[in-house]
Design a binder for this molecule. Structure first.
Ligand SMILES: NC(=O)c1ccc[n+]([C@@H]2O[C@H](COP(=O)([O-])OP(=O)(O)OC[C@H]3O[C@@H](n4cnc5c(N)ncnc54)[C@H](O)[C@@H]3O)[C@@H](O)[C@H]2O)c1
Ligand SMILES: [Fe+2]
Length: 384
């Protein structure tokens, strides 16, 4: 049996955030907590939303104490704010870090037995749907607004906890590319590569099915075409809109079928070294694709190549796969993703613990090729 969980309602398009007051009023929400992060206040992204609320006379309290790779402490502080305002809805304006923190807060608000946050790690058996969330993503990457996952770092164990729970899904997503315009080049590039990783891992993961393939194919096609344009010219509206939608499409797919070891290997780089999630994925993606080409998912690499516009007519699956990997390598270079983990301060002596963590990650069982701690270590080493 296949199961698909998606938002109740989603809005797309430049300026679509204008619909926010109407949603709040129609659904009769009375007390709003606006969740975001400090840099989004500094670069005036939050104001693009808060001024709409103010114009509609909707009062809200602001919580912005969230760091990239958000922590258990961020969630606990958010819960304090949630209680203070007796919020009946969370409006989350931000990237994956903000939306994930909002999800954890919203889940605990209605399932208070998980208030330690740590017990939500993995697949939590929550009973109640979370507090309503209206999510407005400001990056084109994680698709946290449509996924049933959220990722919180337990700084004590240096672990990125991947929490999987259909009760966490935001009720409404407003995917307004205008909120993404202010992303600097490096964040556009790394978050976009996160979205491409979602789409490619979704295409080849063990549980992939014809519905998730459809999402993965379209997402790969649009991201491959529009990510370099969005990086080069952040004000290119078409590229921003296509990226905003494509990352959401990738999210609809992977959220319902899972990922693979690019993500397993990226998570400990975030948990132990606070490396940005998209950047970690971007650096690992082509190397892990090469490894996964030798798996039962090999024929899927032909679809990846075709989505990237490669003519595969006279190619074997192996040849098509090799071309797809080359294309990802070229894209990675073109948008300025660094090559070596050592340039981020990773040492050879770190690889044992990183590999152990990656092997135990919740995404590992979905990888199309059976793997091992030794193989994972070799993969890290090849880009050290
Ligand atoms: N829930 C999921 O399904 C899922 C999937 C993948 C990753 N994640 C998690 O999401 C987190 C990463 O999220 P992310 O990649 O969106 O980045 P992020 O939310 O960590 O943001 C990165 C930085 O970019 C800034 N930023 C965001 N939008 C901006 C904008 N429009 N203009 C200028 N600056 C902006 C932020 O303030 C922050 O400093 C990680 O913790 C990762 O593990 C979650
Ligand atoms: Fe991701």
């Amino acid at each position: 049996m296949e199961r698909f969980v998606l938002n109740e309602t989603s809005y797309f398009g430049y300026g679509s955030r204008e619909v926010l007051p109407q949603i709040i009023k129609q659904r009769n929400y009375k007390k709003v907590l606006l969740v975001t992060d400090e840099s989004l206040i500094k670069c005036n992204v939050v104001q693009k939303v808060s001024e709409i609320l103010a114009k509609a006379n909707i009062k809200f309290r602001l919580f912005a104490d969230i760091k990239p790779n958000p922590t258990v402490e961020n969630v606990k502080e958010g819960l304090v704010q949630l209680k203070k305002v007796h919020a009946d809805v969370i409006v989350a304006v931000g990237g994956g870090s903000v939306i994930d923190t909002a999800k954890a807060m919203a889940v605990i608000a209605t399932n208070p037995q998980y208030k330690d946050v740590i017990s939500l790690d993995g697949v939590a058996n929550t009973k109640n749907k979370c507090l309503p969330i209206i999510a407005l993503p400001t990056t084109a990457g994680t698709a946290a607004e449509v996924t049933i996952n959220y990722v919180i770092t337990d700084t004590k164990r240096h672990k990125k906890m991947v929490c999987v729970d259909p009760n966490d899904i935001p009720t409404v997503a407003i995917v307004d590319a205008e909120l993404m315009e202010s992303m600097p080049k490096n964040i556009t590039a790394s978050t976009g590569m996160d979205a491409l990783t979602h789409a490619i891992e979704c295409m080849i993961t063990k549980s992939a099915n014809s519905m998730s393939d459809m999402f993965a194919y379209q997402a790969i096609k649009d991201i491959y075409k529009y990510l370099p344009i969005a990086v080069k010219d952040g004000k290119n509206r078409e590229a921003r809109e296509k990226m905003a939608q494509a990352q959401y499409i990738a999210g609809m797919g992977f959220s319902n079928v899972g990922l693979g070891i690019v993500h397993s290997m990226a998570h400990p780089l975030g948990g132990r070294f606070d490396i940005a999630h998209g950047l970690a994925n971007a650096m690992l993606l082509p190397t892990v694709m090469k490894y996964n080409l030798d798996s039962p998912s090999k024929p899927k690499f032909r679809l990846i190549a075709e989505a990237m516009g490669i003519d595969t007519k006279d190619l074997t699956d192996e040849q098509a796969g090799q071309k797809a990997i080359k294309a990802v390598e070229k894209l990675k270079k073109e948008i300025g993703i660094p090559e070596k983990l050592s340039s981020l301060g990773i040492l050879e002596s770190d690889l044992d613990v990183l590999s152990e963590d990656a092997m135990n990650d919740v995404c590992t069982p979905g990888n199309p090729r059976e793997t091992s701690v030794e193989d994972i270590k070799k993969l890290y080493k090849s880009i050290l």
